[in-house]
Design a binder for this molecule. Structure first.
Ligand SMILES: [Zn+2]
Length: 258
């Protein structure tokens, strides 16, 4: 292990504001930064002479700890912002900043009542997907999302769909596939998923077999989009039909009493 340097450096300016979800207000709110401490860590991993100058190669990272106060309800919460030079750089978003909140932000939790009419096996997977997302376990969250899609397909009797591949002559032809991409297309073919949503799910790199097998953490925003699409799907398949039945029963009861 090389020489490690730790020092306190400038971070977010105390008294300035950042936008974050507030559990109490139930919405995004500006938060005042009451206190901030950023610790920068650097480790020398190699030294070499270049043009008579000693050059040091380092790996670097920082942890910043912030006390936040909601400018709406004045609730206090805490945030840790972390980055590490050796983390994979996202091709679209560049350096990946990781954020952890205490208490965890509840904006991505599905309302418990909403899950009442969802089959128990899907409910269990969905809850674990949301837990992984809220705890920044993004690889496990992606694996869980794949399992959730597989579960919905199985429950809906979808075992595959047509995906388009280029053949040796360069022609694009539909091929029946029972892989995840085929099943997502199958959900669309059955009219369960919109074409737009099927395309979004299929273009998310983390849902591809290769990405999951390489255990590359997907970006939080991509996961959030995929979770939103599946929430929408769960809503339309299980929650709205149940509400329709309840509404019909209420109307029948009312007619009888009139
Ligand atoms: Zn608030």
């Amino acid at each position: 292990m090389g020489e490690i340097t730790k020092k306190i450096v400038d971070g977010h300016v105390e008294g300035s504001a950042i936008k974050s979800y507030c559990n109490e207000c139930g919405a995004d709110r500006n938060h005042t930064i009451l206190k901030s401490i950023r610790i920068y860590v650097s480790e020398v991993v190699a030294r070499e002479m270049i043009n008579d100058n000693l050059c040091e190669h380092t790996v670097d990272g920082s942890n910043e700890y912030l006390t936040l106060q909601c400018m709406g309800c004045e609730d206090i919460s805490f945030m840790r912002e972390h980055w590490f030079s050796e983390d994979e750089h996202d091709p679209y978003y560049g350096t990946v900043l990781h954020h952890k909140f205490y208490p965890p932000r509840s904006n991505n939790l599905l309302n418990g009542d909403k899950l009442d009419s969802v089959p128990i096996n899907l409910k269990g997977i969905y809850s674990e997907v949301v837990d992984c997302f809220n705890n920044s376990s993004f690889i496990l969250c992606a694996v869980g999302l794949r399992t959730l899609i597989e579960g919905i397909c199985s429950e809906q009797g979808v075992d595959g769909g047509n995906v388009f591949h280029k053949n040796d002559e360069g022609e694009t032809k539909p091929v029946r596939s029972s892989n995840l991409d085929g099943k997502i297309e199958g959900l669309h073919e059955k009219g369960i998923l919109t074409k737009n949503h099927a395309e979004i799910l299929n273009t998310h790199r983390f849902l591809g077999n290769e990405a999951v097998h390489q255990l590359r953490a997907p970006h939080k925003n991509e996961l959030e989009t995929a979770i939103n699409i599946l929430e929408h799907l769960i809503d339309s398949l299980y929650v709205i039909p149940q509400k329709g039945i309840a509404l019909k029963e209420m109307m029948t009861k009312r007619k009888k009493t009139n």
